[in-house]
Write a protein that binds this ligand. Structure first.
Ligand SMILES: Cc1ncc(C[n+]2csc(CCOP(=O)(O)OP(=O)(O)O)c2C)c(N)n1
Ligand SMILES: [Mg+2]
Length: 410
């Protein structure tokens, strides 16, 4: 018999360990209701900056909220700078988390140094907040061939583009850490669309059965490119899926950084003290298009977007901190200067030209290169050599030489 923490309190409950031979189950039906999320998302500060006391989740300290607000403002500046760099041709693509910064910031702030973060393509602000530099984070999105950072340095896995694949990796790493006796919790991020993937199911099922210390954090931003949530699932909420796996689920206002910090923090504590995984759904909104390659005016009304702009995560936190006497106009100026310094350094870094080796396109996938890739490389090499020879002979200007002009006339 194992002694595990009750999912919503410190009181322990006796549960039988899963033993397939004995046919026992890991949690009894009478405990099932504590796994259900709330009917309405947890909210500690509403869009006007007004507080709502909660019996389960305590308000974080003003010091912690001020640190979170600084990260929100820097995160917004990073998002908007990256979107501008796409338009300037300096980044190939940027999936912005503009509007989702409260989730981004809280997901990294609740982790300790030994913990790991498993992000998606949209989570650049979260990984920068954990210590990856903006320049490193953007190497992939500017079109280089690999991740620009060492995952082990900051304990941030590479940003995953194939949906939900990172959830399995996250569970594997967390399980391995437990077997080694390490004090490591893993935060695994995904979007609402990713919850329809088979990998999502497999990751949650494995994590629950083996009581793996992982927090699944779904940023429900209402869309998977142009597919709205209503076409994604018929579940009462995404957090309700947790009970099907036997883990607690919770819903939180994803634009209230105080609530996201409290709810994620509680789940991280539970994971760290042997209480197993949790599924958390943040209700937020993708305020901009999916990426620069998407036109969101084709599938959603401007009024809908405007209603979410009114629930901006930055505005309410500024209002709360100011009313609490924990933020001043001078703090605004200092923070704006800090954000501009970061944005300017990022522009400089991305305005420099990179030297890439075209053969890297064909390296590192196979130990020895198969014939079809060899043929492709030889074709490209030939093309590059002919271009180099053309440029060495004067390039486009070669046609203006005397002989070239004569040839053209003839
Ligand atoms: C396995 C897989 N299938 C399809 C895609 C194409 N795709 C890229 S982003 C995306 C939408 C994902 O939506 P969601 O999980 O809600 O994340 P969001 O982009 O809203 O952050 C899709 C379908 C993919 N990247 N991977
Ligand atoms: Mg989404």
């Amino acid at each position: 018999m194992l002694r595990r923490r009750n999912v919503f309190g410190t009181e322990a409950v006796d549960v039988k360990p899963h033993d397939p031979k004995a046919g026992t189950v890991s949690i009894s039906v009478e405990h099932a209701p504590v796994l259900l999320p709330r009917e309405t998302p947890v909210q500690l500060i509403d869009e006007t900056g007004t507080t709502h006391a909660d019996d389960t989740y305590a308000m974080p300290s003003n010091e912690r909220l001020a640190a979170a607000y600084r990260a929100l403002v820097n995160g917004r500046r990073l998002n908007d700078q990256c979107s501008a760099l796409v338009r300037q041709g300096r980044l190939a693509v940027y999936p912005s988390s503009h509007g989702q910064e409260a989730c981004q910031v809280a997901a990294s702030l609740v982790l300790s140094e030994n913990d790991w973060l498993f992000p998606t393509y949209r989570d650049t602000v979260a990984i920068v907040n954990r210590g990856v530099t903006p320049e490193e984070a953007l190497v992939l999105l500017r079109g280089d061939w690999h991740s620009g950072y060492d995952p082990k340095r900051t304990r941030v896995a590479p940003q995953a583009t194939p949906l939900a694949t990172q959830l399995l990796h996250a569970v594997g790493l967390a399980h391995a850490a437990t077997l080694r006796g390490e004090d490591t919790v893993v935060m695994a991020l995904c979007g609402d669309g990713a919850t329809s993937e088979g990998d999502f199911h497999e990751a949650l099922n494995f994590a629950a059965v083996f009581m793996v210390p992982v927090v699944f954090f779904v940023q429900n931003n209402e869309f998977a490119i142009s597919v709205p949530l209503a076409k994604q699932t018929h579940a009462p909420s995404l957090a309700h899926k947790a009970i099907g796996y036997g883990m607690p689920g919770q819903r939180v206002d994803g634009n209230d950084v105080a609530a996201v910090l409290a709810v994620l923090g509680e789940a991280v504590d539970r994971a760290r003290t042997g209480g197993g995984p949790t599924l958390i759904e943040a209700h937020t909104y993708r305020m901009q298009a999916h990426t620069n390659a998407d036109d969101d005016t084709r599938y959603r009304e401007r009024d809908e977007v405007k209603a979410w702009v009114d629930r901006d995560p930055l505005t309410r936190m500024r209002a709360y901190l100011s009313a609490a006497g924990a933020w001043s106009a001078e703090d605004d100026s200092a923070l704006a200067a800090e954000a501009e310094t970061m944005a300017s350094a990022l522009r400089d870094a991305l305005n420099s030209e990179v030297e890439v080796d075209p053969e890297d396109l064909f390296r590192y996938v196979y130990a020895s290169r198969p014939p079809h890739l060899d043929r492709q490389w030889n074709k490209l090499k030939d093309e590059l050599e002919r271009t180099a020879a053309f440029e060495a002979a004067g390039g486009a200007g070669a046609g203006t030489t005397e002989s070239g002009t004569k040839e053209q006339k003839s």
